[in-house]
Design a protein around this ligand. Structure first.
Ligand code: CU
Length: 334
C-alpha cells in the first residue's frame, strides 16, 4: 500500500510537473508573442530617415555647377542628405532655412549678391569696403537660419549627413568658388526644398562611434578613432557663434599637407579661400562632415577611415582656425 500510495503520489507529482511545464511553455510562448509585439512597435519607431540624394555635377559647355536631385519636397523630421560628388571640383551642400514664404528667388536677388560683391572687393584688395558690404544685407537676413547639410567632399566621393528639419522653405546651396572667385550658387548650384508641416516618424541614427561637441572653445571629441566605418554625432553647443558658426569636416593629411594651409583655404573671405578647380580641387582630401546648425541640434555623418593622418576641421575665418588632428593606426572596426 505504502509503495502503491507512494507510486500514486509519484504519478501525481509527475502530472503536476507536466502541467507546470505546459503552463511554463504557454507562458514562454505568451512572453515570446509579447516580445514580438514590442519588437514590431520598436520597428515602427525606428523608421529610417527620408533620404534626399543630390548629385553635384559640372557642365563644361555652359560652365554650370549643378545640384541634380528628384526631391523638392519632404516631410519635416529626421532627414538624410546624400551628396554624391560627380564633378571634378570639391563641393558641399549648405542649407538655408528662409523666413516666411521666401524662396531661392529672394535669396539670390536680395542676399547672395552682397556676398559675391563683398568677396570680389576683398579679392581686389579692398577688404574694408568688402566687409562694409555686409551692412547692406536686408533686415530678413537676421531671420535666416543656417541649418546644416553635408560637408566638404572631394571629387568622386560621397558624403551622408542626417539632421532634423523643421517645416519651412529651404535652399540647398554650394558657395565654393571658381578660379575667378565666382560662387557656385551663382553658376546654378542651388535648389529649393519645401519641408511640409507633416512630420515623419523617422528616428535619428543610433549608436554613434564618435561624438563631437562644438563649444565656443572648440571641438570636444569622444570615441575610439580606429580604422573602418564610423557614425559621427555632432552636438552644436556654441553660446555665441559668429556669422559662420563652427562645424565639422574631415580632412586627410597626406605627406606634405600643412593643416594651417588647409584652414586658411577654408576661409571663403580669403581671395584664395574655397577656390576649387579640376586641376587643384583643394589643398587636401575632404571626406565630408556637417555644416553648422543652431545650438541644441545634433547632426550625424558617416565616414570610412583608412589608416593615416587626419583632422576634424571647422569652416572658420583663417584667424580663428579650429581643428583637431588625429591618426588612425589600427585595422578594421566592425
Ligand atoms: Cu560647389
Amino acid at each position: 500500500m505504502t509503495s502503491e500510495f507512494g507510486a500514486i503520489i509519484q504519478i501525481g507529482t509527475t502530472m503536476k510537473s507536466i502541467a507546470i511545464t505546459i503552463i511554463g511553455i504557454s507562458c514562454a510562448l505568451l512572453t515570446l508573442s509579447c516580445v514580438e509585439e514590442e519588437k514590431k512597435e520598436t520597428d515602427d519607431l525606428s523608421i529610417a530617415p527620408t533620404v534626399i540624394e543630390v548629385t553635384a555635377k559640372y557642365n563644361p559647355e555652359s560652365n554650370q555647377h549643378l545640384f541634380d536631385t528628384d526631391t523638392d519636397m519632404v516631410p519635416a523630421g529626421w532627414t538624410t542628405f546624400r551628396l554624391v560628388n560627380a564633378s571634378p571640383m570639391l563641393h558641399f551642400l549648405f542649407l538655408d532655412h528662409l523666413p516666411g514664404d521666401r524662396t531661392s528667388k529672394q535669396l539670390l536677388s536680395e542676399i547672395s549678391p552682397i556676398f559675391q560683391e563683398a568677396a570680389d572687393l576683398i579679392a581686389a584688395g579692398k577688404a574694408d569696403e568688402g566687409m562694409g558690404k555686409f551692412t547692406e544685407l536686408p533686415e530678413w537676413f537676421n531671420d535666416l537660419i543656417f541649418r546644416g547639410g553635408p560637408g566638404f567632399v572631394s571629387p568622386g566621393r560621397t558624403t551622408e549627413a542626417t539632421l532634423y528639419l523643421e517645416p519651412g522653405n529651404y535652399v540647398m546651396e554650394c558657395y565654393i568658388k571658381t578660379a575667378d572667385g565666382v560662387f557656385h550658387w551663382n553658376l546654378g548650384m542651388y535648389k529649393d526644398l519645401r519641408v511640409t508641416e507633416e512630420t515623419s516618424s523617422a528616428r535619428p541614427p543610433e549608436n554613434p562611434t564618435i561624438e563631437i561637441t562644438i563649444t565656443d572653445e572648440g571641438l570636444e571629441v569622444v570615441g575610439d578613432v580606429v580604422a573602418g566605418k564610423h557614425l559621427v554625432a555632432v552636438h552644436f553647443a556654441q553660446e555665441t557663434p559668429a556669422l559662420v558658426a563652427k562645424d565639422v569636416h574631415v580632412v586627410r593629411l597626406d605627406d606634405g599637407v600643412n593643416i594651417d594651409e588647409v584652414a586658411f583655404w577654408m576661409d571663403f573671405l580669403q581671395p584664395e579661400g574655397q577656390i576649387s578647380t579640376a586641376e587643384n580641387p583643394a589643398p587636401a582630401l575632404f571626406l565630408g562632415g556637417v555644416h553648422e546648425m543652431p545650438k541644441g541640434n545634433t547632426a550625424y555623418f558617416k565616414v570610412d577611415l583608412a589608416p593615416g593622418d587626419y583632422a576634424w576641421i571647422s569652416e572658420q575665418p583663417a584667424a580663428d582656425a579650429i581643428y583637431s588632428e588625429f591618426t588612425v593606426v589600427t585595422e578594421a572596426n566592425e
